[in-house]
Design a protein around this ligand. Structure first.
Ligand SMILES: Nc1ncnc2c1ncn2[C@@H]1O[C@H](COP(=O)(O)OP(=O)(O)OP(=O)(O)O)[C@@H](O)[C@H]1O
Length: 424
Protein backbone atom coordinates (compact mmCIF):
# COMPACT_ATOMS: atom_id res chain seq x y z
CA UNK A 1 0.00 0.00 0.00
CA UNK A 2 1.26 3.49 -0.75
CA UNK A 3 -0.37 6.88 -0.58
CA UNK A 4 -0.24 9.17 -3.59
CA UNK A 5 2.69 11.51 -2.95
CA UNK A 6 1.83 15.12 -3.55
CA UNK A 7 4.15 17.99 -4.39
CA UNK A 8 3.24 21.64 -4.83
CA UNK A 9 5.25 24.02 -6.95
CA UNK A 10 4.83 27.80 -7.03
CA UNK A 11 6.04 29.38 -10.26
CA UNK A 12 7.32 32.97 -10.77
CA UNK A 13 4.86 35.80 -11.40
CA UNK A 14 4.23 36.01 -15.12
CA UNK A 15 4.90 39.22 -17.05
CA UNK A 16 1.17 39.86 -17.15
CA UNK A 17 0.72 39.27 -13.45
CA UNK A 18 3.65 41.62 -12.71
CA UNK A 19 2.16 44.26 -15.01
CA UNK A 20 -1.20 43.92 -13.28
CA UNK A 21 0.51 44.52 -9.94
CA UNK A 22 0.09 40.89 -8.83
CA UNK A 23 0.73 40.50 -5.10
CA UNK A 24 2.33 37.27 -3.94
CA UNK A 25 -0.15 35.49 -1.67
CA UNK A 26 1.38 32.01 -1.61
CA UNK A 27 4.25 31.13 0.69
CA UNK A 28 6.12 27.91 1.29
CA UNK A 29 7.48 26.81 4.63
CA UNK A 30 9.23 23.44 4.41
CA UNK A 31 6.36 21.03 3.56
CA UNK A 32 3.57 23.53 4.11
CA UNK A 33 2.02 25.83 1.49
CA UNK A 34 0.18 28.85 2.87
CA UNK A 35 -2.30 31.00 0.95
CA UNK A 36 -3.28 34.46 2.16
CA UNK A 37 -6.69 35.90 1.39
CA UNK A 38 -5.86 39.54 0.65
CA UNK A 39 -9.49 40.59 0.77
CA UNK A 40 -9.71 39.50 4.39
CA UNK A 41 -6.21 40.41 5.51
CA UNK A 42 -6.41 43.97 4.19
CA UNK A 43 -9.37 44.76 6.46
CA UNK A 44 -8.99 45.94 10.04
CA UNK A 45 -9.62 43.24 12.68
CA UNK A 46 -12.68 45.06 14.04
CA UNK A 47 -14.71 44.21 10.96
CA UNK A 48 -15.19 40.75 12.48
CA UNK A 49 -14.76 38.88 9.22
CA UNK A 50 -14.77 35.20 10.18
CA UNK A 51 -13.00 34.00 7.04
CA UNK A 52 -9.48 32.73 7.53
CA UNK A 53 -6.70 35.11 6.56
CA UNK A 54 -4.19 32.38 5.86
CA UNK A 55 -4.94 28.78 4.98
CA UNK A 56 -2.14 26.22 5.31
CA UNK A 57 -1.87 22.92 3.45
CA UNK A 58 0.68 20.18 4.20
CA UNK A 59 2.26 18.12 1.40
CA UNK A 60 5.12 15.70 0.78
CA UNK A 61 7.13 18.34 -1.05
CA UNK A 62 6.66 22.09 -1.51
CA UNK A 63 8.75 23.93 -4.05
CA UNK A 64 9.24 27.67 -4.07
CA UNK A 65 10.23 28.50 -7.65
CA UNK A 66 9.21 32.16 -7.63
CA UNK A 67 12.54 33.95 -7.54
CA UNK A 68 15.94 32.41 -8.42
CA UNK A 69 17.63 34.93 -6.11
CA UNK A 70 15.80 33.53 -3.10
CA UNK A 71 17.92 31.13 -0.97
CA UNK A 72 14.95 28.71 -0.83
CA UNK A 73 14.48 28.78 -4.60
CA UNK A 74 13.68 25.32 -6.01
CA UNK A 75 15.15 24.98 -9.48
CA UNK A 76 14.13 22.38 -12.07
CA UNK A 77 17.16 20.34 -10.90
CA UNK A 78 15.94 20.32 -7.29
CA UNK A 79 12.48 19.12 -8.39
CA UNK A 80 13.96 16.43 -10.65
CA UNK A 81 16.32 15.38 -7.90
CA UNK A 82 13.36 14.55 -5.64
CA UNK A 83 10.61 13.49 -8.00
CA UNK A 84 12.81 12.18 -10.82
CA UNK A 85 14.71 9.99 -8.38
CA UNK A 86 11.45 8.62 -6.95
CA UNK A 87 10.19 7.93 -10.47
CA UNK A 88 13.35 6.20 -11.65
CA UNK A 89 14.07 4.20 -8.53
CA UNK A 90 10.44 2.97 -8.44
CA UNK A 91 10.57 1.95 -12.11
CA UNK A 92 13.96 0.29 -11.62
CA UNK A 93 12.40 -1.83 -8.87
CA UNK A 94 9.64 -2.86 -11.29
CA UNK A 95 6.79 -0.62 -10.14
CA UNK A 96 4.45 1.26 -12.44
CA UNK A 97 4.89 4.96 -11.88
CA UNK A 98 2.64 7.88 -12.65
CA UNK A 99 3.62 11.49 -12.35
CA UNK A 100 0.88 13.93 -13.15
CA UNK A 101 0.72 17.68 -13.12
CA UNK A 102 -2.45 19.46 -12.08
CA UNK A 103 -3.06 23.19 -11.98
CA UNK A 104 -4.61 26.15 -13.74
CA UNK A 105 -3.56 27.12 -17.26
CA UNK A 106 -0.15 28.73 -17.29
CA UNK A 107 0.72 27.60 -13.74
CA UNK A 108 3.73 25.56 -14.91
CA UNK A 109 2.50 22.00 -15.49
CA UNK A 110 4.32 21.48 -18.80
CA UNK A 111 7.41 23.29 -17.49
CA UNK A 112 7.56 20.94 -14.50
CA UNK A 113 6.85 17.74 -16.42
CA UNK A 114 9.46 18.03 -19.14
CA UNK A 115 12.85 16.60 -18.49
CA UNK A 116 12.50 13.39 -16.48
CA UNK A 117 12.83 10.93 -19.34
CA UNK A 118 14.86 7.72 -19.54
CA UNK A 119 14.57 4.40 -21.21
CA UNK A 120 13.43 1.74 -23.57
CA UNK A 121 10.19 2.22 -25.49
CA UNK A 122 7.80 5.14 -25.43
CA UNK A 123 4.43 6.34 -26.69
CA UNK A 124 2.79 9.74 -26.55
CA UNK A 125 -0.93 10.45 -26.77
CA UNK A 126 -3.28 13.34 -26.42
CA UNK A 127 -6.87 13.33 -25.18
CA UNK A 128 -8.87 16.07 -26.79
CA UNK A 129 -12.66 16.21 -26.77
CA UNK A 130 -12.65 12.69 -25.29
CA UNK A 131 -10.85 11.42 -28.39
CA UNK A 132 -7.41 9.86 -28.23
CA UNK A 133 -4.76 11.02 -30.72
CA UNK A 134 -1.32 9.51 -31.32
CA UNK A 135 1.22 12.32 -31.10
CA UNK A 136 3.99 10.20 -32.63
CA UNK A 137 2.24 8.65 -35.65
CA UNK A 138 4.40 9.64 -38.60
CA UNK A 139 2.46 8.20 -41.52
CA UNK A 140 -1.11 9.11 -42.30
CA UNK A 141 -1.87 11.68 -39.62
CA UNK A 142 -5.63 11.16 -40.06
CA UNK A 143 -5.32 7.66 -38.65
CA UNK A 144 -3.82 9.04 -35.48
CA UNK A 145 -7.19 10.45 -34.41
CA UNK A 146 -9.94 8.56 -32.64
CA UNK A 147 -7.96 5.63 -31.21
CA UNK A 148 -9.90 3.27 -28.96
CA UNK A 149 -9.25 2.55 -25.32
CA UNK A 150 -9.44 -1.11 -24.31
CA UNK A 151 -8.79 -2.97 -21.12
CA UNK A 152 -6.48 -5.95 -20.66
CA UNK A 153 -7.58 -8.22 -17.76
CA UNK A 154 -4.12 -8.14 -16.15
CA UNK A 155 -2.29 -5.18 -17.64
CA UNK A 156 -5.21 -2.75 -17.35
CA UNK A 157 -6.44 -0.09 -19.80
CA UNK A 158 -4.44 0.72 -22.95
CA UNK A 159 -4.87 2.51 -26.26
CA UNK A 160 -5.27 0.17 -29.20
CA UNK A 161 -3.01 0.95 -32.16
CA UNK A 162 -0.89 3.54 -30.40
CA UNK A 163 2.55 3.64 -32.02
CA UNK A 164 5.46 2.40 -29.86
CA UNK A 165 8.96 3.81 -30.29
CA UNK A 166 12.03 1.93 -29.16
CA UNK A 167 14.70 4.22 -27.74
CA UNK A 168 18.21 3.51 -26.60
CA UNK A 169 19.26 6.80 -25.12
CA UNK A 170 18.12 9.95 -23.44
CA UNK A 171 18.54 12.07 -26.59
CA UNK A 172 16.08 9.87 -28.50
CA UNK A 173 13.52 10.21 -25.71
CA UNK A 174 13.90 13.97 -25.81
CA UNK A 175 13.50 13.99 -29.60
CA UNK A 176 10.24 12.00 -29.35
CA UNK A 177 8.96 14.28 -26.63
CA UNK A 178 9.76 17.30 -28.78
CA UNK A 179 8.13 15.70 -31.83
CA UNK A 180 4.95 14.97 -29.88
CA UNK A 181 4.85 18.45 -28.41
CA UNK A 182 5.34 19.94 -31.88
CA UNK A 183 2.35 17.88 -33.08
CA UNK A 184 0.29 19.21 -30.19
CA UNK A 185 1.28 22.76 -31.06
CA UNK A 186 0.52 22.31 -34.77
CA UNK A 187 -2.94 21.13 -33.84
CA UNK A 188 -3.25 24.06 -31.46
CA UNK A 189 -2.81 26.53 -34.32
CA UNK A 190 -5.86 24.99 -36.00
CA UNK A 191 -7.91 24.89 -32.84
CA UNK A 192 -7.32 27.97 -30.77
CA UNK A 193 -5.50 27.25 -27.50
CA UNK A 194 -5.91 23.48 -27.94
CA UNK A 195 -2.90 22.54 -25.82
CA UNK A 196 -4.36 23.92 -22.64
CA UNK A 197 -7.65 22.15 -23.38
CA UNK A 198 -6.12 18.74 -24.00
CA UNK A 199 -4.47 16.18 -21.75
CA UNK A 200 -1.20 14.58 -22.87
CA UNK A 201 0.19 11.27 -21.63
CA UNK A 202 3.80 10.36 -22.42
CA UNK A 203 4.53 6.76 -21.45
CA UNK A 204 7.91 5.15 -21.04
CA UNK A 205 7.85 1.36 -21.02
CA UNK A 206 10.81 0.23 -19.00
CA UNK A 207 11.77 -3.43 -19.33
CA UNK A 208 14.66 -5.00 -17.46
CA UNK A 209 16.12 -8.46 -17.84
CA UNK A 210 17.59 -9.69 -14.57
CA UNK A 211 18.82 -12.95 -13.11
CA UNK A 212 16.73 -13.92 -10.09
CA UNK A 213 17.55 -17.06 -8.11
CA UNK A 214 19.64 -18.11 -11.11
CA UNK A 215 16.59 -17.77 -13.37
CA UNK A 216 16.29 -15.25 -16.20
CA UNK A 217 13.45 -12.93 -15.29
CA UNK A 218 11.85 -9.79 -16.63
CA UNK A 219 10.26 -6.87 -14.86
CA UNK A 220 8.23 -4.51 -17.02
CA UNK A 221 7.20 -1.17 -15.58
CA UNK A 222 5.54 1.88 -17.02
CA UNK A 223 6.23 5.52 -16.32
CA UNK A 224 3.27 7.76 -17.19
CA UNK A 225 4.00 11.46 -17.46
CA UNK A 226 0.65 13.22 -17.55
CA UNK A 227 0.17 16.86 -18.48
CA UNK A 228 -3.44 17.81 -17.76
CA UNK A 229 -5.58 20.58 -19.24
CA UNK A 230 -5.95 23.74 -17.15
CA UNK A 231 -7.96 22.92 -14.04
CA UNK A 232 -10.29 25.93 -14.44
CA UNK A 233 -11.87 23.95 -17.28
CA UNK A 234 -13.48 21.68 -14.75
CA UNK A 235 -15.51 24.66 -13.58
CA UNK A 236 -18.99 24.64 -15.18
CA UNK A 237 -19.23 28.45 -15.17
CA UNK A 238 -15.95 28.72 -17.13
CA UNK A 239 -17.09 26.24 -19.76
CA UNK A 240 -20.70 27.22 -20.27
CA UNK A 241 -20.14 29.18 -23.48
CA UNK A 242 -17.84 26.55 -25.08
CA UNK A 243 -20.39 23.91 -25.69
CA UNK A 244 -18.58 20.85 -27.13
CA UNK A 245 -14.96 21.47 -26.24
CA UNK A 246 -15.68 22.86 -22.81
CA UNK A 247 -18.09 20.08 -22.01
CA UNK A 248 -15.62 17.38 -22.99
CA UNK A 249 -12.62 18.83 -21.22
CA UNK A 250 -14.95 19.38 -18.37
CA UNK A 251 -15.96 15.74 -18.47
CA UNK A 252 -12.41 14.39 -18.12
CA UNK A 253 -11.39 16.85 -15.41
CA UNK A 254 -14.67 16.63 -13.54
CA UNK A 255 -14.51 12.83 -13.64
CA UNK A 256 -10.91 13.04 -12.39
CA UNK A 257 -12.18 15.14 -9.46
CA UNK A 258 -14.95 12.64 -8.73
CA UNK A 259 -12.55 9.69 -8.97
CA UNK A 260 -10.00 11.38 -6.68
CA UNK A 261 -12.57 12.27 -4.04
CA UNK A 262 -14.26 8.83 -4.18
CA UNK A 263 -10.86 7.12 -3.82
CA UNK A 264 -9.86 9.43 -0.99
CA UNK A 265 -13.17 8.65 0.76
CA UNK A 266 -12.70 4.91 0.23
CA UNK A 267 -9.21 5.12 1.67
CA UNK A 268 -10.67 6.70 4.79
CA UNK A 269 -13.30 3.95 5.00
CA UNK A 270 -10.49 1.43 4.56
CA UNK A 271 -8.39 3.01 7.35
CA UNK A 272 -11.36 3.16 9.71
CA UNK A 273 -12.15 -0.51 8.95
CA UNK A 274 -8.52 -1.35 9.68
CA UNK A 275 -8.51 0.49 12.99
CA UNK A 276 -11.85 -1.12 13.88
CA UNK A 277 -10.57 -4.58 13.08
CA UNK A 278 -7.37 -4.04 15.03
CA UNK A 279 -9.36 -2.62 17.95
CA UNK A 280 -11.71 -5.61 17.90
CA UNK A 281 -10.88 -8.53 20.16
CA UNK A 282 -8.17 -10.83 18.90
CA UNK A 283 -9.11 -14.05 17.14
CA UNK A 284 -11.70 -12.47 14.86
CA UNK A 285 -11.40 -12.12 11.12
CA UNK A 286 -8.96 -9.29 10.58
CA UNK A 287 -9.58 -9.01 6.83
CA UNK A 288 -10.96 -5.73 5.57
CA UNK A 289 -14.12 -6.18 3.53
CA UNK A 290 -14.06 -4.61 0.10
CA UNK A 291 -17.58 -3.35 0.60
CA UNK A 292 -19.04 -2.74 3.98
CA UNK A 293 -22.47 -1.73 5.07
CA UNK A 294 -24.72 -1.89 8.08
CA UNK A 295 -23.28 -1.68 11.53
CA UNK A 296 -19.72 -2.47 12.46
CA UNK A 297 -18.76 -4.67 15.37
CA UNK A 298 -17.48 -1.49 17.02
CA UNK A 299 -21.05 -0.19 17.22
CA UNK A 300 -20.97 2.69 14.68
CA UNK A 301 -22.23 2.50 11.11
CA UNK A 302 -19.53 1.70 8.53
CA UNK A 303 -19.82 3.55 5.24
CA UNK A 304 -20.04 1.57 2.03
CA UNK A 305 -17.08 1.84 -0.37
CA UNK A 306 -17.99 4.17 -3.23
CA UNK A 307 -18.06 3.00 -6.81
CA UNK A 308 -15.17 4.55 -8.76
CA UNK A 309 -16.39 5.76 -12.18
CA UNK A 310 -13.05 5.31 -13.99
CA UNK A 311 -14.73 4.57 -17.32
CA UNK A 312 -16.78 7.76 -17.34
CA UNK A 313 -13.94 9.57 -19.11
CA UNK A 314 -11.01 8.54 -21.31
CA UNK A 315 -8.53 10.23 -18.97
CA UNK A 316 -9.63 8.44 -15.81
CA UNK A 317 -9.95 5.16 -17.65
CA UNK A 318 -6.36 5.38 -18.89
CA UNK A 319 -5.15 6.50 -15.46
CA UNK A 320 -7.04 3.73 -13.64
CA UNK A 321 -3.90 1.95 -12.44
CA UNK A 322 -2.33 5.24 -11.40
CA UNK A 323 -5.27 6.18 -9.21
CA UNK A 324 -5.91 3.57 -6.56
CA UNK A 325 -4.30 0.75 -8.53
CA UNK A 326 -0.95 -0.85 -9.29
CA UNK A 327 1.19 2.27 -9.40
CA UNK A 328 3.26 4.58 -7.26
CA UNK A 329 1.78 7.94 -8.06
CA UNK A 330 3.03 11.45 -7.57
CA UNK A 331 0.84 14.47 -8.22
CA UNK A 332 2.45 17.85 -8.75
CA UNK A 333 0.01 20.68 -8.13
CA UNK A 334 1.23 23.84 -9.80
CA UNK A 335 0.01 27.26 -8.67
CA UNK A 336 0.50 30.91 -9.45
CA UNK A 337 1.58 33.04 -6.50
CA UNK A 338 -0.64 35.97 -7.57
CA UNK A 339 -3.65 37.28 -5.64
CA UNK A 340 -5.59 37.36 -8.91
CA UNK A 341 -5.50 33.53 -8.93
CA UNK A 342 -6.70 33.14 -5.32
CA UNK A 343 -9.74 30.94 -6.07
CA UNK A 344 -7.89 28.70 -8.52
CA UNK A 345 -4.96 28.30 -6.12
CA UNK A 346 -7.27 27.37 -3.25
CA UNK A 347 -9.19 24.92 -5.41
CA UNK A 348 -5.96 23.32 -6.74
CA UNK A 349 -4.57 22.93 -3.21
CA UNK A 350 -7.86 21.43 -1.96
CA UNK A 351 -7.80 19.00 -4.88
CA UNK A 352 -4.18 18.10 -4.08
CA UNK A 353 -5.01 17.66 -0.39
CA UNK A 354 -7.73 15.21 -1.26
CA UNK A 355 -5.41 13.30 -3.65
CA UNK A 356 -3.01 12.81 -0.73
CA UNK A 357 -5.47 10.39 0.86
CA UNK A 358 -5.60 8.00 -2.07
CA UNK A 359 -4.02 4.67 -1.28
CA UNK A 360 -2.53 2.79 -4.23
CA UNK A 361 -1.49 -0.87 -4.32
CA UNK A 362 1.82 -0.89 -6.17
CA UNK A 363 3.49 -4.22 -6.78
CA UNK A 364 6.58 -5.28 -8.65
CA UNK A 365 5.57 -6.44 -12.12
CA UNK A 366 7.24 -9.81 -11.96
CA UNK A 367 7.41 -12.27 -14.84
CA UNK A 368 4.48 -14.74 -14.35
CA UNK A 369 6.66 -17.89 -14.76
CA UNK A 370 9.32 -16.62 -12.40
CA UNK A 371 6.61 -15.80 -9.86
CA UNK A 372 5.17 -19.30 -10.15
CA UNK A 373 8.62 -20.89 -9.76
CA UNK A 374 9.31 -18.71 -6.72
CA UNK A 375 5.97 -19.72 -5.15
CA UNK A 376 6.55 -23.43 -5.88
CA UNK A 377 10.03 -23.23 -4.40
CA UNK A 378 8.65 -21.56 -1.30
CA UNK A 379 6.11 -24.36 -1.01
CA UNK A 380 8.85 -26.99 -1.43
CA UNK A 381 10.80 -25.34 1.39
CA UNK A 382 7.71 -25.32 3.60
CA UNK A 383 6.98 -28.98 2.89
CA UNK A 384 10.61 -29.97 3.49
CA UNK A 385 10.50 -28.17 6.83
CA UNK A 386 7.31 -30.03 7.76
CA UNK A 387 8.87 -33.33 6.76
CA UNK A 388 11.94 -32.60 8.80
CA UNK A 389 9.90 -31.74 11.86
CA UNK A 390 7.96 -35.02 11.52
CA UNK A 391 11.21 -36.96 11.24
CA UNK A 392 12.77 -35.12 14.16
CA UNK A 393 9.77 -35.78 16.35
CA UNK A 394 10.02 -39.40 15.28
CA UNK A 395 6.30 -39.92 14.95
CA UNK A 396 4.89 -43.40 14.84
CA UNK A 397 3.85 -45.31 11.72
CA UNK A 398 0.61 -43.34 11.84
CA UNK A 399 2.59 -40.62 10.13
CA UNK A 400 4.23 -42.76 7.49
CA UNK A 401 1.36 -42.12 5.16
CA UNK A 402 1.60 -38.35 5.70
CA UNK A 403 5.34 -38.56 5.26
CA UNK A 404 4.86 -40.26 1.88
CA UNK A 405 2.29 -37.68 0.72
CA UNK A 406 4.63 -34.83 1.64
CA UNK A 407 7.47 -36.45 -0.28
CA UNK A 408 5.15 -36.93 -3.23
CA UNK A 409 4.12 -33.23 -3.11
CA UNK A 410 7.74 -32.11 -3.01
CA UNK A 411 8.55 -34.33 -5.95
CA UNK A 412 5.61 -32.98 -7.95
CA UNK A 413 6.61 -29.38 -7.22
CA UNK A 414 10.21 -30.12 -8.19
CA UNK A 415 8.94 -31.54 -11.49
CA UNK A 416 6.77 -28.45 -12.12
CA UNK A 417 9.78 -26.18 -11.47
CA UNK A 418 11.80 -28.29 -13.92
CA UNK A 419 9.12 -27.98 -16.63
CA UNK A 420 8.79 -24.21 -16.11
CA UNK A 421 12.56 -23.67 -16.30
CA UNK A 422 12.72 -25.62 -19.56
CA UNK A 423 15.77 -27.57 -20.82
CA UNK A 424 18.93 -26.36 -19.08
N1 LIG B 1 8.91 27.07 -12.29
C1 LIG B 1 8.96 27.91 -13.33
N2 LIG B 1 10.04 28.70 -13.52
C2 LIG B 1 10.11 29.53 -14.58
N3 LIG B 1 9.13 29.68 -15.50
C3 LIG B 1 8.04 28.92 -15.36
C4 LIG B 1 7.88 27.99 -14.27
N4 LIG B 1 6.70 27.38 -14.39
C5 LIG B 1 6.12 27.90 -15.50
N5 LIG B 1 6.92 28.82 -16.08
C6 LIG B 1 6.62 29.58 -17.29
O1 LIG B 1 5.23 29.92 -17.23
C7 LIG B 1 4.61 29.77 -18.51
C8 LIG B 1 3.44 28.79 -18.43
O2 LIG B 1 3.91 27.52 -18.05
P1 LIG B 1 3.36 26.16 -18.68
O3 LIG B 1 3.21 26.26 -20.16
O4 LIG B 1 4.23 25.08 -18.15
O5 LIG B 1 1.92 26.14 -18.01
P2 LIG B 1 0.80 24.99 -18.10
O6 LIG B 1 0.28 24.85 -16.72
O7 LIG B 1 1.37 23.76 -18.71
O8 LIG B 1 -0.27 25.67 -19.04
P3 LIG B 1 -1.41 24.98 -19.98
O9 LIG B 1 -2.45 24.41 -19.05
O10 LIG B 1 -1.93 26.14 -20.75
O11 LIG B 1 -0.76 23.95 -20.85
C9 LIG B 1 5.69 29.29 -19.46
O12 LIG B 1 6.20 30.42 -20.14
C10 LIG B 1 6.77 28.73 -18.54
O13 LIG B 1 8.06 28.85 -19.10
Amino acid sequence: MANVRVAVRVRPLSKRETKEGGKIIVEVDDKVAKVRNVKVSSRPESFGDTREKVVAFGFDYCYWSVNPEDPHYASQEVVFQDLGTEVLSGAAKGYNICLFAYGQTGSGKTYTMLGTPVSISTDFLEIYNERVRDLLKRSNQNKSYGLRVREHPELGPYVQGLSQHVVTNYQQVLRLLEEGIANRITAATHVHEASSRSHAIFTIHYTQAVLQNNLPSETASKINLVDLAGSERADPSYCKDRITEGANINKSLVTLGIVISALAQNSQVFSSCQSLSSAASSGGDSGVPSTTSGTSSGGGPVRRQSYIPYRDSVLTWLLKESLGGNSRTIMVATVSPAHTSYSETMSTLRYASSAKNIINKPQVNEDANVKLIRELREEIDRLKAMLLSFELRNFSSLNDELDESLKELILQNDLKVGVLRGPS
